[in-house]
Design a protein around this ligand. Structure first.
Ligand SMILES: Nc1ncnc2c1ncn2[C@@H]1O[C@H](COP(=O)(O)OP(=O)(O)OP(=O)(O)O)[C@@H](O)[C@H]1O
Length: 418
């Protein structure tokens, strides 16, 4: 889509003024901006750039560690927009009087991020729902921000000088595609329903995803069943709803692992805030905006990796890493297996940690991820982003396991993997 008309012109003016305010002289030179300056600028520039920042934060396999680290702090919680704006999006999108769809909508937002705002509501048919409403203008900005592509290429080129132009433009395309996907709530609805189908196929009644109400859903409005419970960040609250928190976590992990090869998508953003323990003790998965897809080859290698991990067979793990990664040189798998052993022992040694705080956990996990990626790079292996998402998720679950003092035996891992 072309950047056109007054809105496009306004957006250019807006971007230019933020850049000027933040002293973006570096754009004309060769020196990259400091990670902090870049992050603050992205936050000022709004949704498109915040998403670019989050992409950098979640891609330690691609970007330098100081940027990945700094962008963990890229804020995606914003002041809620006044309800009148949200109401106008709802009216435009649902194309019918709102009181024919909802008997009530709470004007106070439950949550507000750069792309969307979430409100609690009730359908005229009586069901309690939440409505995720895209903020006005977001999709237009993301579709038409041509100067975004230009600027993003320039920024990425500066912070990753070792990457070739071809891979850079591939990355920018991937970023744009994932942003556009995240703005299409019909896609998110499809992801939720793909996961539901997987739960049905595997007879899994212990995990739920919110039911989607299609009569009140569009590209910019997602109306779904309201799940009542607590997020998994709150260990004490979990204990209130579950007699057996270990089992609850086991169920969440087990389900996620099974989805890797039995579901067409996997949830690629399962931090504790997106996992809920419901009042009846079941586990709820929410926020399917970021998902991954595994190719059968990656799944097989991942499976080998997992089985070798259980058996303590570091050389087979090293071979599996070579299969998944992109290598330009011959990898010395014996040396790699020594480094892997050291790494796994370090992860195992982090048993003393006893918090589930989201930021702290993110920090620790990113540190481990960075080290893992650095180790692979030292051996000439570059991982695709999907594999990075997967390993990060594994480290997350490993952290939950330690925090909840769950002693998983080898059979547990095996059952997760099969
Ligand atoms: N089905 C639901 N039932 C109850 N609460 C929900 C539901 N869906 C979302 N929420 C609440 O709204 C918050 C934001 O929802 P969601 O994560 O889908 O939006 P988001 O804009 O992608 O936010 P973020 O990316 O910051 O997590 C959740 O953390 C949760 O508190």
């Amino acid at each position: 889509m072309l950047l056109s008309g007054i809105k496009g012109a306004w957006r250019i003016a807006q971007t230019t003024s933020v850049l000027a305010r933040n002293g973006f002289d570096w754009l004309r030179g060769d020196r990259p901006p400091t990670p902090k300056l870049l992050r603050e600028t992205f936050e000022d520039l709004g949704a498109t750039y915040i998403k670019l920042g989050q992409f950098i934060a979640s891609s330690p396999t691609l970007f330098p560690e100081e940027y990945v680290e700094e962008f963990q702090a890229c804020l995606d919680q914003t002041e809620p927009l006044p309800y009148s704006y949200i109401e106008s999006v709802l009216q435009k999108e649902l194309r019918q009087p709102l009181d024919q769809v909802f008997s009530e909508i709470n004007p106070k937002a439950l949550a507000s991020a750069s792309i969307a705002q979430v409100h609690a509501a009730r359908l005229v048919t009586g069901e309690d729902v939440v409505i995720k409403v895209q903020k006005p203008g977001v999709e237009h900005v993301i579709h038409t921000d041509l100067n975004f592509i230009h600027l993003a290429m320039k920024i990425l080129e500066m912070i990753t000088p070792h990457l070739e132009m071809a891979s850079l433009s591939e990355i920018v395309n991937e970023i744009q595609k994932s942003m556009i996907d995240e703005c299409d709530f019909l896609k998110e609805a499809q992801n939720i329903e793909a996961f539901q189908k997987f739960l049905d196929n595997t007879d899994n009644h212990l995990v739920v995803v919110p039911k989607v109400y299609h009569q009140a859903t569009s590209r910019r409005v997602l109306t779904m069943e309201r799940l009542y419970g607590v997020s998994m960040t709150d260990l004490d609250a979990i204990k209130r709803y579950s007699d057996n928190p270990e089992l609850t976590l086991r169920i969440a992990m087990n389900t996620w692992f099974a989805s890797l090869h039995q579901c067409e998508i996997f949830h690629a953003d399962v931090h504790a805030g997106n996992l809920m323990v419901l009042e009846d003790g079941r586990v709820g998965f929410i926020d399917f905006g970021i998902v991954g897809r595994l190719t059968p080859g990656t799944w097989d290698a991942m499976n080998d990796f997992g089985e070798a991990l259980i058996a303590g067979d570091y050389e087979t793990m090293a071979n599996a890493m070579v299969v998944v990664g992109i290598t330009k040189q011959k990898v010395d798998t014996v040396k790699l297996s020594y480094d892997l052993e050291k790494f796994i022992k370090r992860v195992d040694g982090m048993q003393s940690v006893s918090y589930l705080d989201i930021t702290e956990t993110e920090n620790d996990i990113n540190k481990l991820m960075t080290d893992f990626v650095r180790m692979a790079k030292r051996h000439g292996i570059q991982f695709p982003r999907q594999f990075g998402l997967l390993i990060k998720q594994l480290l997350y679950f490993d952290r939950y396991r330690h925090v909840m003092a769950i002693d998983l035996v080898a059979e547990d891992y095996m059952s997760f993997l099969n």
